[in-house]
Design a protein. Structure first.
Length: 307
């Protein structure tokens, strides 16, 4: 994978803001992005116009840190921000529908971006509590590693019987697979060998279940993608789990009841959590054996579901 280059455009609002931009840049660099920042590249006597022209014209991507002051300066064409805006506007006129510029907002209560960036989707760094979530999205964009990669084009599920020319539908396993990395699923655990898959690729978890008590089910490690599992009964929500390492992963099977959480680790080292919402049994006057659970997959290879 090539290391992308990103030029950081921002306004020197105050020392706190300059420090935040510096920390963001340093982290991008440590994660494989060649981030270009004036605090790294300009010193006394440096040629500021030349630095901006070269950076904005030749670098792969531009990250505009749109604080309230940055937006105001860009719209009025003031200072270095105004000069950079003029260069970027000229480039944009030659690159219609480009993703060349990535706006992110910080210290921007009304979430306004400069007029020349209107219509572009921006990253929201206004709230420090959501920094990790927004940073992952920014990093994935720069490294071209989408959270939900487009799957390969498959074959039509309709097959032709040559003798009759009749076209019939051949169902596949989509009914027992949710490729999203979080959500709520319902399925009949008496079918498909009790298996339901969540996620995909390296983040695939083929969970396995069977009936147990009136409000419980058995969860198993019996699939090629699952390495181990643990039962969590002391937390009310998945988001309350800060460290998955504190739980016991020694058993092949656990029996969660409604409200309980199962932590799964797959063969690639990623973690997922499933929380039981509803259990119904056909032998207890239900139409079919139904299991409903909420799930979250940690896409960043950490062990903390609270972020």
């Amino acid at each position: 994978m090539d290391n992308p280059t990103a030029f950081i455009s921002y306004s020197h609002d105050d020392e706190d803001h300059k420090g935040w931009v510096l920390k963001l840049t340093n982290r991008l660099i440590s994660n494989g992005v060649n981030a270009v920042l004036d605090q790294h590249n300009l010193s006394l006597g440096g040629d500021l116009p030349s630095y901006m022209e070269n950076g904005l014209s030749n670098e792969n991507r531009i990250i505009c840190v749109c604080s309230e002051r940055y937006t105001e300066k860009a719209n009025k064409g003031q200072g270095g921000v105004g000069y950079e805006k003029m260069i970027m506007t000229g480039e944009l006129l030659q690159k219609i529908n480009t993703k060349w510029i990535i706006p992110i907002i910080r210290k921007n209560p009304e979430s306004k971006v400069p007029m020349f960036l209107t219509g572009k989707i921006y990253g929201n760094f206004n709230n420090d509590d959501s920094f990790e979530h927004e940073y992952e999205k920014l990093l994935r964009e720069l490294l071209n590693i989408p959270l939900h990669p487009k799957p390969k084009l498959g074959q039509s599920p309709f097959i032709t019987i040559k003798e009759t020319g009749r076209i019939i539908f051949k169902p596949k396993s989509e009914k027992y697979h949710s490729p999203a990395y979080s959500g709520i699923v319902k399925f009949d655990y008496s079918n498909n060998n009790g298996s339901y898959s969540i996620g995909e690729g390296d983040l695939l978890f083929e969970t396995k279940w069977s009936g147990a008590g009136a409000d419980s089910v058995h969860a198993y490690t019996d699939s090629s993608s699952i390495d181990c599992l643990a039962l969590v009964t002391k937390h009310e929500k998945i988001e309350d789990i800060i460290n998955v390492d504190e739980f016991d992963y020694s058993s092949r099977v656990r029996t969660p009841a409604i409200g309980d959480i199962v932590i799964w680790q797959n063969r690639n080292g990623y973690f997922a959590a499933t929380q039981i919402i509803e259990v119904k049994h056909m032998r207890r006057n239900a139409d079919f054996d139904k299991l409903t659970f909420k799930y979250v997959i940690l896409t960043n290879a950490t062990s903390d579901f609270s972020k």
